[in-house]
Ligand binder design. Structure first.
Ligand code: NA7
Length: 542
């Protein structure tokens, strides 16, 4: 099995001291490096992978692609970059997004300050020296005035502790660390556990190759069609003629991407009109489906009209009524992250695909030749775990981070993450998180959210330097107030009502807290800007 592990490669051998240490060379870490360099800071980036790209470096499973449209899921800090780069499809496939990340690394000469194959294991704040000491599996020490965690929201894979997992004698894969050389399933019997986005994207392609595919589903998910297609050059030309306009419209929308949002209630229109609206959104495809009516995530009855529409589509697509029924969720649509699919439901019409429900009776154990559930044995050659991530907090808590007084982040976050703006943590001076819990992050188009955080942090460090400060720390009262606001806002939305990775429900024992900030990108940006304009209120500067 391919595991995420470092080979102890070209890490920080010997003591190195920089202004800023950045953990992670995905889109967040790369832009953080570029931005800070522009202000004259010395920066060292530490990256576990063998290349840049983060999420898009690791998630190479078949069918992996972004569910935000390419022309919007891209950097906007450089107009030359966004004008030059040519996306080929409406939703970019993983290899193309990775090529884009590599292009950015080359274009801005980023690699010389990135140490690849170097996993950060611990970080400790030295109160006397007012610096962070960072330890890696590559040995040596790195010290830095500031530490920026650009570790991603979906980067710590979740491998459930199935009994007998290591007994499996065949090939085992996790979608979140897929072998770079790819996997050929031709003629093989395959078992996939999970039916989230990664499974929904990969199952149709695995099914095309496999002799037989068993899908083990704990909870069915709603999926809307991507209607992915090559981009029309005329559309691209139009966007590029006014890219700034598109970006500005996107920034004004709660999810930070431009789409058509209908503010009307689903309950104030006739059945016929509602159906017409849903049909049009279905034909258009993508996450914009949830913008069909203004109250879909606020009112259960309104939500149920959309959920019923999608269940109807599943019944139309899937020929076997019992299978269609098994694939049909009965919970709030959009509560878990909506999946965007290409041929997912239709895959269950294939004679070589079997859907097995493991919701009522969980998987007993993995065996040498497959798995056992509800007294039945299923045999396969290859096991694919599409079991997701320890989202938002996993990547941070897998590093042993100690702040003021040696207090560990694991202890502080025992009951769930607590941050100020998802950017900083009381008791952990000079530490910043990019798209951390408590920020809009995964509820938005990640690229604009990353850029906003990077620019806010860089401006903050310039402010520190200009005023001769060398310590900045979130105040506990400001953090408490922000956590309260994040929770209060989450309570207004149906999104906080189900067992999703947004609330940590997919990882046994994880505290149940709605982690991202649901107040929307524009409201959040206003708050961050106000905090900065008021001399970084809520922070102690020294
Ligand atoms: P997800 O969406 O967390 O999906 C993981 C799937 O694995 C989901 O269907 C889980 O069922 C299932 N799962 C997890 N643990 C088990 C066990 N123990 N037994 C059976 N099934 C299990 O992860 P993805 O990688 O698909 O997508 C993550 C995000 O990436 C996605 O939302 C997009 O934003 C991009 P459950 O629903 O928990 O019952």
């Amino acid at each position: 099995m391919t595991e995420r592990q470092s080979n102890g490669g070209n890490g920080a051998a010997g003591p190195v001291d920089v202004d800023v240490a950045v953990v992670g060379a995905g889109f967040a870490g790369m832009y953080m490096l570029h931005r800070l360099r522009g202000f004259g800071f010395s920066v060292r980036v530490l990256e576990a992978g063998g290349g840049v790209g983060g999420t898009w470096y690791w998630n190479r499973y078949p069918g992996a692609r972004c569910d935000v449209e390419s022309m919007q899921y891209s950097y906007q800090f450089s107009d030359a970059l966004q004008q030059d780069w040519e996306w080929s499809e409406r939703y970019a496939p993983q290899p193309e997004i990775l090529r884009y990340a590599e292009h950015v690394a080359d274009r801005f000469d980023l690699r010389r300050d990135i140490r690849f194959e170097t996993t950060v294991t611990a970080a400790r704040f030295d109160e006397d020296g007012r610096r962070w000491t960072v330890e890696t599996d590559a040995g040596g020490t790195l010290t830095a005035r500031y530490l920026v965690m650009a570790t991603g929201c979906l980067s710590a894979p979740n491998t459930p502790t199935f009994k007998g997992l290591d007994d499996f004698a065949g090939r085992r894969f996790h979608t979140g660390y897929w072998p770079p050389a790819g996997v050929d399933f031709t003629g093989r019997r395959v078992g996939v556990i999970g039916t989230g986005s990664s499974a929904v994207q990969s199952i149709p392609l695995i099914a095309e190759q496999a002799a037989h595919l068993h899908v083990f589903q704990r909870t069915p998910n709603y999926a809307v069609p991507a209607h992915n297609a090559p981009l029309d050059p005329e559309d691209v030309r139009r966007v590029k003629a006014d890219y700034a306009g598109l970006r500005a419209r996107a920034r004004a929308m709660p999810p930070a991407f431009d789409y058509v949002f209908n503010p009307r209630s689903a309950l104030e229109v006739s059945d016929d009109e509602r159906r017409r609206v849903y049909e049009a959104r279905w034909a258009d495809g993508g996450l914009g489906f949830m913008g069909a009516f203004g109250d879909l995530l606020l009112d259960e009855a309104a939500n149920e009209t959309a959920a019923a529409f999608v269940r109807g589509k599943i019944r139309e697509i899937v020929r076997d009524p019992a299978v269609a029924q098994r694939l049909s969720p009965d919970n709030v649509i959009g509560c878990k992250r909506l999946c965007v699919d290409t041929g997912y439901y239709a895959t269950y019409n294939r004679s070589n695909v079997t859907l097995v429900d493991v919701g009522e009776t969980p998987i007993d154990r993995i065996t040498a030749t497959g798995l056992a559930v509800a007294g039945r044995a299923y045999e396969f050659d290859d096991l694919v775990l599409a079991t997701g991530f320890d989202a938002m907090t996993g990547a941070l808590l897998r590093i042993d981070i100690a702040g003021r007084g040696g207090r560990r982040l694991q202890d502080k976050w025992h009951g769930g993450p607590r941050t100020y703006l998802g950017l900083a943590i009381a008791g952990f001076p000079n530490l910043f998180t990019i798209t951390g819990p408590g920020s809009p992050s995964v509820l938005t188009n990640m690229l604009p959210s990353i850029e906003q955080h990077v620019e806010w942090i860089a401006d903050c460090l310039v402010h520190q330097r200009d005023r001769g400060h060398d310590v900045i720390e979130a105040e506990t009262a400001a953090e408490d107030a922000w956590v309260q606001h994040v929770n209060d806002t989450a309570d207004l939305s149906l999104r906080s009502t189900c067992s999703s990775w947004y609330v940590g429900a997919n990882v046994p024992g994880k505290p149940r807290v709605f982690m991202p900030y649901i107040g929307g990108f524009p409201t959040y940006v206003d708050k961050c800007d106000t905090v900065a304009a008021n001399g970084y209120e809520g922070f102690a500067l020294a």
